[in-house]
Design a protein. Structure first.
Length: 275
């Protein structure tokens, strides 16, 4: 299905995020703020690669790679990606100047057992038509015991032509007090960085725009869709918006959004363009 274009209307502190592996996650260089001429075409997509796709690799990676390329995406934020799907996607996009990085979130029961390091891992990934200057992975807090899987956040300093952006993606837990704790930790970590540097934060937050836990994000960032009262739905089975692309004000200005039901997931692929 084609994208429908929509016009826009006129750790607990970092310490709460447990590092899994980290390269320096410092704020962007001040020089990055001057290069605003290149639009950033950001895509976020929960591909549902383990459950909806049963871990299938060839068609899934081909479909997503094709869409990223055809959309001329600058960066793509992916969730629920089997590691085997990530490798195939990375290989397909590399000839077109894309690089990719992956963070393991949990084990996927249907994902291929790819190698001794990752096994049946699935998690989140960032794809960029540029290079990575640094990378950081934190495990999100889950202070309230439950049976849900562990969650991580992946951040990468992406060097684009004439522009550098700190890109961050995550897939938070589905509900309850752990969801609120994870959103609070993300907000406390990212808000100071976004105040001084270009940041794109997005992914599947398992929250609707009206949820009070997102108040801080709407205060400190500008969501690509801009509005909280008439949001663009991104989840298919029960139509609602739970996928987001936030840009730091003063560095990234929303210029348009689009979405598409790819037929490969229970989420729409969601595109946001930032100037």
């Amino acid at each position: 299905m084609r994208f429908r274009r929509l016009a826009l209307a006129a750790m607990i502190a970092v310490a709460a995020l447990v590092p899994v592996t980290a390269a320096p996650a410092a704020a962007m260089p001040a020089a990055a703020a001057v290069s605003r001429v290149m639009p950033v075409r950001a895509v976020t997509f929960n591909i549902c690669g383990n459950v909806c796709r049963g871990g299938e690799t060839a068609a899934t990676s081909a479909n997503i790679a094709y869409r990223i390329y055809r959309l001329r995406a600058t960066v793509a934020l992916l969730q629920e990606v089997c590691y085997s799907q990530f490798l195939a996607l990375q290989a397909r996009l590399a000839p077109y100047g894309y690089r990719a990085t992956f963070a393991r979130q949990a084990g996927g029961g249907q994902c291929d057992n790819d190698d001794t390091k990752h096994g049946t891992a699935f998690g989140v990934a960032i794809v960029a038509r540029g290079s990575f200057a640094s990378r950081v992975i934190y495990r999100l807090p889950s202070p309230y015991r439950d049976a849900s899987e562990g969650r991580v956040v992946l951040g990468a300093t992406v060097v684009l032509p004439r522009r550098t952006v700190f890109v961050v993606t995550t897939h938070t837990t589905t509900r309850g007090p752990n969801l609120a704790a994870q959103l609070a930790a993300l907000r406390h970590w990212l808000t100071p960085i976004a105040a001084t540097s270009p940041v794109i934060f997005g992914g599947d937050l398992n929250s609707t725009p009206q949820d009070s836990a997102l108040n801080g994000f709407y205060t400190s960032f500008t969501e690509a869709n801009r509005t909280r009262t008439r949001p663009l739905s991104t989840f298919i089975p029960v139509p609602r918006k739970i996928d987001y692309l936030f840009g730091s004000p003063g560095f990234l200005t929303p210029a348009g959004v689009a979405r598409a039901d790819t037929g490969y997931s229970d989420h729409c692929m969601y595109l946001g363009v930032f100037r």
